[in-house]
Design a protein. Structure first.
Length: 736
């Protein structure tokens, strides 16, 4: 039975146990192996994803396109073909590409017993398209990969994705793609899979490079447009066929516009179809005067305006406000903040917009818009609302994300030093566990990042607070790109605002992001400037933080005695102010410096004290880091049994706290113990697994471990001896 805390997984089939490497599947060990034994850990369970959204009501027509999709599926599973069968479905906005593909996909879903993956790549909205790395993260979770096992690097995610799909029959639907580069990392390797892509463009690279078939989708002709209206309106169509034909013509044969128009008709059961169409014709005449060129999008806007005018005042305002949201989909709480109302009222308004086909519910309590409708809503917000109203709405939205992120951060990084937050806390989501808090942060990552990109003058002075609140999430997940970008924007805003305290806090956190990546000189610059600013504003705790972080840089640079002195200054300050967590972190940092000075006994004492404090505070990540530190001290001191015990405990806890880095660090240490005992096969398995984690995190430790692997391959194992006390940067302590 697998140990749920060990970080290892079990799948159906034979499992062979390895004393140190946990459970390895389909691995044959024969004597001492000096080569590169590679084990790819499978997901915890063979989950079958069912991600297809519902088919739009009343699908009609498209027999030729459906036949073409069927024909493409006929080549699926052909072993003479390399890679999956790919079909590119292309056509203009609102023409029904997604509806066609979803109708077909649901019809053939039983031929893909291993599941269906779906993603809207958002290639044509007002904001940046989804990046392949984020899409892969979602797909991997759907396939059963837990967050602790999720690679951070795009190439490694793509490799794991291909591995998981290599023997499966899975349908992959990639909706709203804008470039070939969005698609290629998402292609499975096996002809047993099928890929369907929708795009407004003919992606020539996908056709030439990947052999994709092309299915073109044109606007409905009159017959199909009337068929859809019959599905929506019933016998009202044939009772006034001339008016229905005019309605189809005014909708330009676009299913999106036809559905919006149909909903307007349904909302006026006592008004004749002829009168309603006459109103639409009059509206179009007025717009024709203002619009020199007519195309499908401007025709659709005519229908959208007709539908919009049927909304009551509150629903109309809700539609406009959704057009001001800087991100993508949003939940009920964010919508409530944008509107300045309660979640219950926001939910009712969202339901009204969903019934009018102006908004789509993409998940329980989450809403999105077609990009044509989003652009139209944004236009209306500019025309009908004041800049002050839009600014107030964005300020409420920012305040929501700030306080919701803080609520999540208090769960994933408890006992962290807190700063006062501006604004009254709005209604926040229920976040009762580490998993739910992390899930919320993952779901809102793009929306929160968008706040930094589109912040107005009312929000800008408080960006540093949101950056500060997100630091714990970035530290845990190693999202260094987002970490740097958000904090650079926040730093610029603090300097423009002249807020020295905010600048100091932001520099301190930005320095940690740089330190994490081994960019010590730049980190040191930020830490030194932060220390100066903290002294100016008289913040004792901030000065202590900057000293402790500066000590870590000195340690990495090999200035051990200086690092120890800086740490001792910070420790005295923390103890005077009763900062228990920071006291423990500093003890842990001092211990790692003492190892490099050969003071192993003192290092163990300091780590044991730190570990006790972390456990008292239930700080699982910090405790895991201390356990790995103990393992490294015992290894350096020549105590392999104690080193093994500490690293095994750290490995177990690394999964619980969700730290991929500490899992790699534990396996790195277990590999060293195995190597020194002459069990090179076990060492190689542990090191290959650790190297995978280090590499996907783009951690500097990967380079050192690669050197250790090469050294072991090129030399004979010697008896146990005390290791050199030269600086070992694989033990770098992540001071938070």
């Amino acid at each position: 039975m697998p140990d749920r805390d060990s970080g290892e997984q079990q799948v159906d089939g034979e499992v062979s146990l390895n004393e140190l490497s946990g459970q390895a599947h389909s691995v044959v060990q024969a004597g001492t192996i000096l080569g590169g034994v590679q084990v790819q850990a499978p997901p915890r369970s063979a989950q079958v994803p069912r991600q297809l959204p519902a088919v739009p009501r009343g699908f009609v027509g498209r027999p030729q396109q459906l036949a073409a999709l069927d024909a493409g599926a006929a080549g699926q599973g052909d072993e003479s073909v390399q890679g999956p069968a790919i079909t590119l479905v292309c056509g203009t906005a609102g023409v029904g590409k997604t509806g066609l593909v979803l109708h077909w996909a649901h019809r053939v879903s039983s031929t893909f017993p291993d599941g269906q993956l779906y993603v809207d790549l958002r290639g044509y909205g007002p904001h940046a398209p989804l990046e392949p790395g984020d899409v892969l993260a979602g797909f991997l979770r759907a396939l059963g990969v837990v967050d602790a096992e999720l690679p951070e690097n795009v190439d490694e995610r793509a490799g794991l994705y291909r591995t998981l799909l290599s023997e499966r029959r899975v349908l992959v639907v990639l909706d709203n793609a804008c470039t070939d580069s969005q698609i290629r990392p998402l292609l499975p390797p096996s002809p047993s899979c099928r890929v369907v892509v929708t795009s407004r463009r003919v992606l020539a690279g996908l056709i030439a490079g990947e052999g994709a078939d092309v299915v073109r989708v044109d606007p409905f002709d009159e017959s199909d447009a009337l068929s859809l209206l019959r599905k929506l309106l019933g016998d009202r169509v044939d009772r006034d066929i001339d008016a229905a034909t005019a309605l189809a013509r005014y909708s330009a044969g676009l299913p999106l516009a036809l559905r919006v128009a149909g909903e307007v008709v349904l909302s006026h059961p006592s008004t004749s179809l002829a009168d309603l169409v006459a109103d639409l014709a009059d509206r179009r005449s007025r717009l024709d005067v203002l619009t020199a060129e007519q195309d499908s999008s401007t025709t659709a806007r005519t229908v959208f305006s007709w539908s919009y005018d049927q909304l009551d005042e509150q629903a109309a305002r809700a539609f406009r406000m959704m057009g001001t949201h800087p991100g993508h989909d949003l939940d009920t709480h964010a919508f409530a903040a944008l509107m300045g109302t309660s979640p219950r009222s926001a939910s009712r308004l969202a339901d009204t917009l969903v019934r009018a086909h102006l908004v789509v519910e993409v998940g329980t309590g989450r809403f999105d818009m077609h990009d044509l409708l989003r652009a139209y809503a944004a236009e209306l917000a500019e025309e009908h609302g004041s800049s002050a109203e839009r600014s107030e709405a964005l300020h409420r939205l920012f305040t929501y994300y700030l306080h919701a992120a803080d609520k999540a951060d208090r769960i994933i990084t408890p006992h962290r030093y807190r700063i006062p937050l501006d604004g009254e806390p709005p209604s926040l989501p229920e976040l009762a566990s580490h998993a739910s808090a992390l899930s919320w942060l993952d779901s809102e990552r793009h929306n929160v990042r968008a706040m930094f990109q589109m912040a107005g003058p009312d929000v800008e002075p408080n960006l540093w607070q949101l950056a500060y609140t997100l630091r714990g999430y970035y530290f845990l997940t190693k999202q260094w790109k987002d970490w740097e970008q958000t904090h650079e924007v926040a730093l610029d805003s603090t300097r423009r605002d002249g807020n020295q305290y905010a600048e100091a806090q932001t520099r301190n956190n930005l320095g940690l992001a740089l330190l994490e990546q081994g960019r010590w000189d730049r980190a040191a610059e930020h830490y030194e400037k932060a220390r100066e600013l903290f002294e100016v504003v008289g913040d004792v705790h901030g000065v202590s933080n900057a000293l402790a972080n500066r000590a870590t840089v000195l340690h990495y640079q090999g200035h051990h005695e200086s690092a120890l002195r800086e740490n001792e200054r910070a420790l005295s300050s923390y103890e005077r102010t009763g900062s228990t967590r920071n006291t423990a972190i500093t003890l842990r940092s001092m211990a790692l410096v003492e190892v490099d000075l050969g003071r192993f006994g003192q290092a163990v004492v300091h780590l044991q004290r730190a570990l006790e404090k972390f456990r008292e505070l239930e700080l699982h990540l910090d405790a895991t880091m201390a356990l790995n530190g103990l393992g490294e001290v015992h290894h350096a001191a020549g105590r392999p049994a104690e080193a093994q015990h500490a690293h095994e405990e750290a490995l177990a806890h690394s999964v619980e706290c969700g730290s991929q880095f500490e899992r790699a660090r534990a396996r790195h240490g277990l590999g060293r113990v195995a190597r020194i005992r002459g069990r090179t096969d076990e060492a190689m398995v542990q090191w290959e697994l650790a190297l995978q984690d280090y590499t996907v995190l783009e951690a500097p430790e990967a380079r050192r471990l690669e050197r250790e692997v090469e050294q072991m391959r090129s030399e004979r194992i010697i008896p146990w001896q005390r290791q050199s006390t030269q600086p070992d940067q694989s033990r770098r302590d992540r001071t938070v």
